[in-house]
Design a protein around this ligand. Structure first.
Ligand code: 7TS
Length: 406
């Protein structure tokens, strides 16, 4: 299978024809369309929005508003003011835990997460529970790597305030049944918070149909710039939330002794907004829409199936997670006793970029019984030759470290 978007559209990849980039789950490369949009914004429309009583500032305000609407449309969110810009998934999830969590979680309440969360959807809830005297509960995984729905069902009860879970695992690539989990959470009156960092870039997402209260994502994992992300939320929940940060833009009136808050989305976006990167992310959404997320998904599935089969066929290689059809574009693996960092170093010498380590998912690593894995992840610019390079590199690593360790 050839690339879905030609490498030439990505200046970094075009400049380094030998580079094999297999770390898109960490961040994606940036297409010319996004880089051009950033440059055009700064060259033509840059000003601080919402403030200046002059045409240029009004233009920046308009660009920011249009970017929000474009991104909301991409994610199937009809009410664009419920798309809150953040720095990324991490900030979006911290916002919910801090703002909604502090206002709604008390002593004796329960917060449920899964054992496969990224630290960004684990630690904020763990710390909220510790602060509030709430009970932090971890739902284990079924043998296929997805959240064990029977266990989840049994865990939920009248004290459950939040169920926080991932759409797609950044380690296993497993895809969770978001709607079903949201229904279970709502069945006991709990909030359903979905970490969409690895879902939004790889699967069609229609927020209004997903059933969750919140869906958090990062722009840089879907061809957009670093430093911009989105919290998609339901209006009735967002309306009842106190501000997360205080400062400019988020106030209505500031009296000497108290303040009142601006309307959505501004209430939850204190300070000068990141207009340039929002414009860049809107350009990424435009590009992905033009291709079609169904095709992005199909392309990754084809790549992941090939990578899975070819890696599994190497003696001593263990691939973690479900069968290829049940996963997104991520393959985590180990090669005998070869340390994943050594493997990544050998691959790097061949210009193959993979990630090695705990992938910010230490609770999951404990459950898998490993300290680290190697991880290759795919996106629209990858093709089969990238898998050839990966497999050849893994074979070389095996030879270098000798069969004794494998
Ligand atoms: N949630 C998941 C599932 C993630 O994969 C990541 C980043 C985050 C949250 C945090 O996103 P951020 O943009 O706010 O940092 N995951 C990875 C990764 O797998 N390798 O590097 C970053």
């Amino acid at each position: 299978m050839s690339a879905l978007i030609d490498r030439d559209e990505f200046p970094l990849l075009a400049r380094a024809p030998e580079l094999v980039y297999l770390d898109s789950a960490a961040t994606t490369q940036k297409p010319r369309a996004v880089l051009d949009a950033l440059r055009a914004y700064y060259e033509h429309d840059n000003a601080n929005p919402h403030r200046g009583a002059y045409a240029l500032s009004a233009r920046a305000t308009e660009r920011y508003r249009a970017a929000r609407e474009r991104i909301a449309r991409f994610f199937g969110l009809a009410d664009a003011d419920c798309a809150i810009f953040t720095r990324g998934t991490t900030e979006a999830l911290n916002l919910v835990a801090a703002s909604w969590g502090r206002a709604n979680v008390g002593a004796g309440d329960e917060i449920v997460v899964s054992g496969a969360e990224h630290h960004a959807n684990f630690v904020p809830w763990q710390q909220l529970a510790l602060e509030r005297g709430a009970r932090f509960r971890i739902c284990e995984l079924a043998p296929d790597g997805r959240i064990d729905l029977d266990q989840l069902r049994a865990m939920l009860g009248p004290r459950t305030k939040v169920v926080a879970f991932h759409h797609v695992s950044n380690v296993l690539g497993t895809i969770n049944p978001v709607r079903e989990i949201a229904e279970l959470a709502h069945g006991v009156g709990a909030l359903a918070v979905c970490d969409g960092a690895q879902g939004a870039p790889h699967l069609p997402v229609a927020f209004d149909q997903l059933g969750v209260d919140f869906y958090a994502l990062s722009g840089h994992k879907m061809l957009g710039p670093m430093g911009i992300g989105v919290l998609l939320g339901r209006r009735e929940v967002l309306e009842r939330m106190p501000p997360y940060m205080m400062g400019g833009d988020m106030i209505e009136f500031v009296h000497d002794d108290r303040s009142t808050w601006n309307v959505l989305p501004h209430k939850l976006e204190a300070g000068t907004p990141n207009v340039g990167d929002a414009v860049g992310l809107a350009a990424a959404a435009e590009l992905l829409d033009a291709i079609g997320m169904d095709r992005v998904r199909a392309h990754e599935q084809a790549l992941v199936r090939t990578a899975y089969e070819r890696l599994s066929a190497i003696e001593g290689v263990h691939v973690y997670g479900p069968a290829p059809d049940a996963r997104s574009g991520v393959v985590s693996f180990t090669v005998g006793d070869v340390h994943p960092h050594d493997l990544a170093t050998i691959l790097d010498a061949r210009q193959v970029c993979i990630r090695a380590g705990h992938h910010c998912a230490q609770p999951l690593m404990r459950r898998l019984g490993v300290a680290a894995t190697a991880r290759a992840s795919f996106y629209v610019y990858n093709d089969e030759s990238d898998i050839d390079a990966l497999v050849a590199g893994v074979r070389t690593a095996k030879e270098l470290f000798g069969h004794a360790t494998v």
